[in-house]
Design a protein around this ligand. Structure first.
Ligand SMILES: C[S@@+](CC[C@H](N)C(=O)[O-])C[C@H]1O[C@@H](n2cnc3c(N)ncnc32)[C@H](O)[C@@H]1O
Ligand code: SF4
Length: 375
């Protein structure tokens, strides 16, 4: 793929961009084979990839520059700002949105936050698009509430020009140079969630909850998990680290009991909304720590699906699973290294099937779906 910003040395985030995607896939498969070298794998499925560009549904833009001439993009290590509104990973609709957002920042008087001087208000713009209808969610990450009224007053101008904006909120992040988002989220529209749909399954995107950023590949991943689960005698399953419920909602049937566990309450609100829309009643989504939930359960399911953050599921959950021994485990991971470590801590399981999903093209990262069966 070609990226003018990469060629000009202005952004080097896509370190593999110069290699054809087929070579990238080969290198990722080699990496996965190496990480699982000590483990017998019965079936390797062919890797799944999606579009090479315009595949991201989300932009996280650092706002810098001046209020009259804001830049949306990132800061280099030396603190110099870079405008990335032309990044080819975003859909064309984002460029149109950025073109309206820049003058809006000036109209609303949202002075970009200056990291070196610790001054200014607007730190980030977070933009997400639904594939269902092109609806947009926009979040303003602000240093404080001091410009909130100005923002509210100016919003109708923005909404008139970007009719696809459905969900708008302000996130307050008072801490300097800390994680991107703060705890306080202030809704600025009545609509609080953006409706999405993968494979006919309704999903809801909200502020403060994880949502997959490559919708085409994520839809294939969820569909694969659904097909694998439907091929097994599963009447009761857990979806741990479930986020907005994508895996569980795909797998659930009217005669299956599903429990979904996720730490972020906003993600659980989305998952419950989907379950209600699907009319499925034996679905129980709860905002809890996965390990704390699991370790006090008596009713052990046929299948436990896990999709943890990069750190993996951890020793405590592995030991617990060894003890209660569900018949099947499906492990979906964005970090094959921690997944390989966790699998080697699981005893009494054979690896039935492995499939790579190229969720993060042009980088060394990938997603992998693994089915483990009790011996
Ligand atoms: C890789 S995401 C997967 C989300 C979801 N399965 C999906 O497909 O969108 C990992 C999720 O784990 C959640 N998480 C992190 N720590 C957790 C914990 N200790 N217990 C439960 N969920 C946790 C995160 O909030 C995040 O939503
Ligand atoms: S993130 Fe976007 S701008 Fe940066 S190298 Fe990749 S494609 Fe180019």
């Amino acid at each position: 793929m070609h990226c003018a910003l990469y060629d000009a040395g202005r952004c080097r985030s896509c370190q593999w961009i110069e290699q054809p995607v087929s070579d990238q896939l080969t290198a990722k498969m080699n990496d996965l084979h190496k990480l699982l070298a000590g483990i017998a794998v019965k079936e390797w499925r062919a890797p799944v990839s999606g579009p090479e560009q315009a595949f991201r549904n989300k932009a996280k833009m650092v706002v810098s520059g001046s209020v009259e001439k804001p830049l949306l993009g990132m800061l280099h290590r030396n603190g110099n700002p870079e405008d990335l509104t032309d990044c080819p990973l975003y859909p064309a609709s984002f460029q149109a949105a950025f073109a309206v957002l820049k003058p809006f920042i000036a109209r609303a008087g949202l002075t970009p936050y200056n990291v070196a001087r610790k001054r200014g208000e607007l730190k980030y713009l977070l933009l997400t698009e639904s594939q269902l209808d092109g609806g947009l969610m926009l979040r303003f990450v602000l240093r404080s509430e001091s410009k909130l009224e100005q923002l509210r007053t100016a919003l109708p101008w923005l909404q008139q020009r970007l009719a696809q904006l459905k969900v708008i909120s302000a996130n307050i992040q008072p801490v300097h140079m800390a994680i991107m988002e703060g705890e306080q989220e202030i809704p600025l529209t009545e609509q609080r969630a953006l409706e999405e749909q993968f494979n006919g399954v309704p999903l809801y995107i909200r502020p403060q909850s994880f949502f997959q950023t490559n919708p085409a590949v994520a839809a294939s991943l969820y569909a694969a998990a659904r097909d694998w689960v439907r091929g097994l005698p599963v009447k009761h399953m857990w979806d741990l680290f479930c986020g907005v419920g994508g895996f569980g909602l795909h797998c659930a049937t009217a005669d299956m009991k599903l429990t979904g566990i996720e730490i972020a309450p906003e993600a659980i609100a989305s998952a419950r909304q989907s379950a209600e829309k699907l009319g499925l009643t034996d679905i129980h989504f709860q905002a809890l720590d996965s390990t704390q939930f699991a370790t006090v359960q008596q009713d052990i399911p046929d299948l436990v699906l896990v999709n943890p953050p990069r750190r993996g599921i951890g020793q405590a959950l592995c030991y617990y699973l060894n003890g209660v021994a569900p018949k099947y485990i499906i492990y979906s991971s964005c970090n094959a290294q921690s997944m390989a470590r966790d699998i080697s801590s699981l005893s009494g399981y054979r690896v039935e099937r492995v499939q790579l999903f190229d969720m993060f093209p042009h980088t060394a990262h990938y997603e992998v779906l693994t089915l483990l069966v009790r011996e």
